[in-house]
Design a protein around this ligand. Structure first.
Ligand code: P1T
Length: 382
């Protein structure tokens, strides 16, 4: 099955009891047993362990990421937390130096406190990355493209190193989506999503996902999820599944509009830097071209020539078609100030060190008419 068919049919079947074409929202916490320990349907006894609407979503997730098992969580961070729970004090984790602020906060303020050691490194320096590996290293965690600086990590090259050292390799595929990038095919062990974003696609649900190829790893992660409980409810599972059915159409338009906006900003006299992996001037454009098939997504980040925070704030107060809000990946365009909003949990010195400056603005370019979006940017930049 090709991807555009998978988003609609992958892992799906009509509801066995009614023939319903769309999976019903099985809004139930529990399932009848005919005798103690004998559920009527052996697959379902309690919705924390499994629920048919969530199973429909999890099967779709496995299908579109070319995995064998998908797991749906109550948020993206709950999915990340499920992976991190496997490690103990003394273990070491190497992570990309640019990450969503909430992921960085979890790593440095929750798991570092329980004795796990984190190293943050730009994974484009493969030699430096490999030099950090020792016998305690258990996990490598990357976002690519990264949030918000749109850095690219070469998944296939990193996977060669993690395989050599027998370390788990997880990729947060939120920005790229499986339409553009398939980390499991490139050698990663775990794909993570904030399904709140492009998978859901309509800014109406908070959800997360993990997908793996290895069945044993899938069972371990399911055990963690079941034992700790951050599962996705049936209604939210339905919404994400419905979103996935148009993922291919939406992401195509996100890519077209993202490219137009990036080019517009690149030529604007008030703009200093534009971070978009589709631009030939992007430092990792060639890697992005190799591993992102069919486009570069809808996320565009930029800074002002003046370098002034006030210019970024004034721009964000003036946008009208773009909405000033956290999050990304919905059909509507959003604008965000990482330093004051999504990445405020990263200490100021660390933000400055990696390039999240006070004049940095991040756009989630939606699927509206590109001309209206450009007109909006023009008036907001006056
Ligand atoms: O918000 P939640 O569904 O828990 O997902 C966390 C998360 C994980 N990974 C990436 C790359 C993300 O962008 C996010 C959430 N990000 C935002 C809310 C934001 O505006 O960047």
């Amino acid at each position: 099955m090709k991807f555009n068919t998978k988003v609609i049919h992958g892992g799906q079947h009509h509801d066995p009891s009614t023939g319903a074409v769309m999976p019903p929202v099985y809004q139930t916490s529990t399932f009848v047993q005919t005798s103690p320990g004998q559920p009527l349907n052996p697959d379902y006894e309690y919705s924390r362990a499994a629920n048919p609407t969530r199973s429909a979503l999890e099967n779709a997730l496995a299908s579109i990421e070319n995995g064998t098992r998908g797991l749906a969580f109550s948020s993206g961070l709950a999915a990340t937390d499920c992976v991190l729970r496997s490690f103990k004090a003394g273990d070491e984790i190497i992570a990309m130096d640019d990450l969503y602020g909430g992921t960085y906060r979890m790593f440095t303020r929750i798991y570092a406190n329980s004795g796990i050691k984190f190293h943050f490194v730009d994974m484009n320096d493969l030699a430096k990355f490999e030099s950090l590996i020792n016998e305690n290293t258990k996990l490598v965690w990357v976002e690519t493209p990264t949030n918000p600086l749109m850095k690219i990590a070469d998944i296939a090259e990193i996977a060669k190193i993690t395989k050599k050292h027998k370390i788990l390799f997880a990729v947060d595929n939120t920005f790229a989506t499986p339409y553009l990038q398939k980390p499991l095919d490139l050698g990663a062990d775990i794909v993570m999503h904030s399904a709140t974003k492009y998978l859901g696609g309509h800014s109406d649900v908070i959800a997360g996902a993990l997908i793996v190829k290895d069945e044993e790893l899938g069972s371990q992660l399911h055990f963690q999820q079941f034992a700790t409980g951050a599962t996705l409810g049936p209604m939210d599972s339905f919404l994400v599944l419905r979103g996935i059915k148009t993922l291919h159409l939406r992401v195509q338009r996100h890519c077209e509009n993202g490219t137009k906006i990036a080019e517009f900003l690149l030529n604007h006299p008030k703009i200093e830097k534009v971070y978009y992996p589709g631009l030939p001037s992007h430092p990792y454009h060639e890697v992005a071209k190799k591993q992102m098939i069919g486009g570069f997504g809808g996320m565009v980040t930029f800074t002002f020539k003046s370098g002034k925070k006030e210019d970024a704030i004034s721009f964000l107060e003036k946008v009208k078609v773009f909405t000033l809000a956290e999050s990304l990946g919905g059909v509507e365009s959003l604008a965000n100030h990482p330093a004051l909003m999504t990445h405020a949990s990263i200490p100021e010195d660390k933000r400055k060190e990696i390039g999240i400056t006070d004049d940095l603005v991040r756009l989630s370019v939606g699927v509206e008419d590109a001309e209206d979006l450009i007109e909006d940017l023009k008036q907001a930049l006056l």
